[in-house]
Design a protein around this ligand. Sequence first.
Ligand SMILES: [Zn+2]
Length: 414
Amino acid sequence: MRQILTLLATLMVVAGSGQAMAQDQSGAGARDALSALAQLDLKRSAIVQSGGQTDIKLGLSQPVPYRAYLLADPYRLVVDFREVNFDGHDPKILLGVPGAITALRWGRFRPGWSRLVAELARPMTLASAEETTGDTPQINLALRPVSPSSFKAHSGAADSAMWGLPQPAEVAPTHRRQDGTRPLRVVLDPGHGGIDPGAEDGGMHEADIVLQFARLLRDRMRRAGIEVVMTRNQDVFVPLETRVTVARAAGADLFISLHADSITQGVATGATIYRLGNDAESEATRKLVTRHDRDDILAGVDLHGQGDEVADILIQMARRETQPRSVRVAQVLAGAIKTAGLRMHKHPVQGANFSVLKSPDIPSVLIELGFLSSPADRKRLNDPDWRARMADAITQGVLTWAQSDAAEAKLLRQ
Ligand SMILES: [Zn+2]
């Protein structure tokens, strides 16, 4: 279980009005003077890495409140801004040749907030953090190497409460299983988003593709009488844990996560449906799962607390009933996609321990619509006709599953 480092050194740097950033959670009132979106000015930005010293300079169109802090596992610098527009700027261009900073990412984090994450090759500390105002506002961050023990004393997660993130989900299985007497409620979960673009290949971004597809699927499902809730409907980062919490809050009968990842090993092509489980998990699948968890940790603050025994037992009990239902969803969806004549992976249904599949009492599957690493899949994902046929096949599969699942629920109750 990962532990949150206690908050020891959070630099609060506030521009202009002197208002603390945490006092302005609503986004109203005090920030009106700064309500226009700040733009990143790449020409006035630089990362200078020399002789162990690393300086980050970010040119902005206007000063913004921001906060910088360091986290471990992996070592990284996180900078949260009142919204800065990074659109159209590739962090790789600012980073140049990786050194003490091995990777850089940025983007929207929550509505009204942006985040920059710099992965560090070694423990470092923030020697200084300042923001210049005037005609050419700039944020200057100076990183200096420190020993791992000294890092521990000066790093820490920011107060997660200020983001309004939900606490880990309540676990008691209170949700009534669907039995066909009310409309089916499906939560669609377009993977990635915001600071986490997901896979990128052939000029395509996974986060965009799956959001576009999810909107289409939502419309098709609604037309078929299914109630649909989306975990995100814009280009914004949503932590994995929040996606599960959204499904619970919505009282979902079914959770479907949508992805289109890249696989660097071997040739992967065609749609794949994952349900929870690690039976014969392939190396490629394991990598996929690890990358999703790692991207989530990198982009968001880790909120996992210590497990509690009673909760664990409740989870296991609920999962014992739910797991066979998830397996059935995966099989029925694979059948529907095949029936529609759409290309599937040679192992169309697989078990994998994706974090979003861990709802104890909501049947959950993750669909890789195709792999961005495959040119043939990219072509299909780009084709509106293919997308419509896939959305219809999934809708049909969900309806078929719901019917047999409801029949089973009635039998169990007798
Ligand atoms: Zn993905």
